[in-house]
Design a protein around this ligand. Structure first.
Ligand code: MSP
Length: 511
């Protein structure tokens, strides 16, 4: 029992939610639900990134004010998250007054600590990434190196953060804590980036160019660079900074009832630099603790290309949801992508993963409940339920190692393997043959009690990824709720009245 604070990136409110956003958010949701089931007090944060040039331009294109556009998109994101069963505790918007005040307080803190100065900036800016790139990074074709979009030459006055001062401390932190950035490929990438030296970070833009942003507290002609604004959302939601505290104190280090630091920041690998370099150095500059872990996952790709809105190859998760149900989409995304690596979306693989839910997990539930109805009048027999005790303990162990170690695909593979093993147990025990032999009543009781017990364990293991189906299964088993992890050792379903119901995962006819 402990507490667990986890975050997704806050998504740009300039475009519709798509599979990429859904993946990170479902990943976070699965971890949040897993930690709640393990008894932790969870804070699960997601939200929208609403300032900056990208939003300003998208709003102008639609003939809306930036806030009108954001309001519209926030509704779309929230609706998508409800449809996908996301259980976030907080949805933050960077246009909230509380957040705006915290950004101001954090900047003043950096200023008071002597880490801010003013200078002229000359370089290349990508609106798509909301970032400057160096001459070397944009290459001879002068395109942004992440998505290949356009960059523009800029020369202007900016406020800068002395990020360079924190390079050595950051490198040391990464080297001393090998599990801080996962997976290891991303850690090496960040170390490689830092080995080339670290410059200072421009943290403001002139209002004459970008009006849609949080004013710099001591210079209202400049607005806060959108990444500094956005990253700060993680401390705003944690209550780590009290913007009303007197200047010079601002709640930093005061004993606020704060959830900071985050246990894990989740994101795609496209934004690892901002999270693993900009963010920790800003926190160091403001005397705040670093997050405990940074997990950068891979991309969903179509063929060899990243799925992205700007590339026009986006698959809407809601398309799949309508046909197969949202939990089939969640299962596919968690089971198919080795957490941290890229994965390719194909309809064939989606169907394979759906069939696994239907034919292995769904089938085990259906046949077990049907046999209890047929052979025992729908009442779970009072008999030892230990026929698969070793297999179940091993599966729960592998599952927890997988989820605790952020290898969710391994955890869910272990859950599905347990269902497969239980189906094998049905085949070897042949309950239909036992039912014909009056002398085998005790063995039939033992077999059925074992299968029901395994299903109760599976309801717990599947809840983080298929919460409604798991709840439905628990109800059919006559349980008052889905078991928590620490209840698994003392489950007793003897005497429960079960109901069979329709298959948990119905057959979906192909077109
Ligand atoms: N607003 C910034 C984040 C600020 S966080 C302080 C941003 N927003 S975004 O809308 O572009 O979302 C980027 C995130 O969406 C990625 O980091 C990843 O979590 C997710 N994905 C977007 N496309 C994706 C794929 N094709 N595959 C997997 N995830 C992807 O960047």
């Amino acid at each position: 029992m402990g507490s667990f604070y986890l975050t997704t990136p806050i998504y740009y409110a300039s475009g519709e939610p798509h599979l990429g956003h859904a993946y990170t958010t479902i990943l976070a949701d699965v971890l949040a639900r897993y930690h709640r089931r393990a008894g932790d007090d969870v804070l699960f944060l997601t939200g929208t990134d609403e300032h900056g040039q990208k939003i300003q331009e998208a709003a102008a294109e639609h003939g809306l004010t930036p806030l009108e556009l954001c309001d519209r998109m926030v509704d779309r994101f929230k609706a998508a998250w409800v449809e996908l069963g996301i259980s976030n505790d907080r949805f933050i918007r960077t246009t909230e007054p509380e957040h705006i005040a915290v950004v101001g307080a954090l900047l003043e803190r950096l200023y008071d600590n002597g880490f801010i100065y003013e200078a002229e900036y000359t370089g290349w800016y990508s609106v798509g990434q909301e970032r400057y790139f160096t001459e070397k990074e944009i290459g001879p074709d002068r395109v942004d190196p992440i998505a290949g979009g356009p960059v523009t030459r800029i020369r202007e006055k900016n406020w800068f953060f002395r990020m360079s001062l924190f390079r050595d401390r950051l490198v040391e932190h990464i080297e001393k804590n090998p599990e801080w950035i996962v997976p290891a490929t991303r850690r090496n990438e960040v170390l490689g980036f830092l080995s080339q030296g670290l410059g200072d970070l421009s943290i403001s833009r002139p209002r004459s160019r970008i009006h849609w942003g949080i004013p710099i507290p001591w210079d209202p002609d400049q607005v806060t660079y959108v990444w500094v604004d956005a990253l700060t959302n993680y401390v705003t939601a944690a209550g780590a900074v009290d913007p009303d505290a007197p200047r010079g104190r601002r709640g930093f280090g005061d004993p606020l009832p704060s959830r900071w630091p985050a246990d894990v920041h989740l994101m795609g690998k496209d934004i690892i630099t901002t999270h693993a370099v900009y963010w920790p150095t800003l926190l160091m500059g403001a005397d705040l603790a670093l997050p405990r872990k940074i997990l950068a996952h891979g991309w969903w790709v179509v063929g060899d290309t990243k799925m992205s809105k700007s590339l026009g190859n986006v698959v809407d998760p809601l398309d799949l949801r309508e046909r197969y149900g949202p939990e089939a989409v969640r299962w596919y995304l968690m089971r198919e992508m080795a957490t941290g690596q890229d994965a390719s979306y194909t309809p064939e693989r989606f169907l394979t993963r759906y069939d696994e839910l239907r034919n292995i997990f769904g089938n085990l539930a259906h046949r077990t409940l049907s046999m209890i109805r047929r052979y025992r009048d729908g009442i779970v027999p009072a008999a030892p339920a230990d026929g698969l005790a070793d297999e179940t303990a091993a599966a729960v162990g592998a599952y927890r190692r997988g989820l605790d170690g952020y290898r969710l695909h391994e955890g869910f593979a272990a859950a599905m393997d347990l269902a497969r093993t239980a189906n094998g147990f049905v085949e070897t025990q042949e309950p239909w043959a036992l039912a014909r032999r009056p002398d085998a009543a005790a063995e039939l009781d033992h077999t059925l009690a074992t299968l029901v017990h395994t299903l109760a364990v599976l309801a717990c293991l599947f809840e983080p990824v298929t919460p409604e189906k798991a709840a439905e299964l628990a109800t059919r088993l006559g349980l008052a709720g889905i078991p928590l992890f620490d209840e698994l050792d003392r489950l007793n379903l003897a005497g429960n009245v079960v109901s069979v119901g329709a298959p948990l995962f119905p057959r979906v006819d192909p077109d």
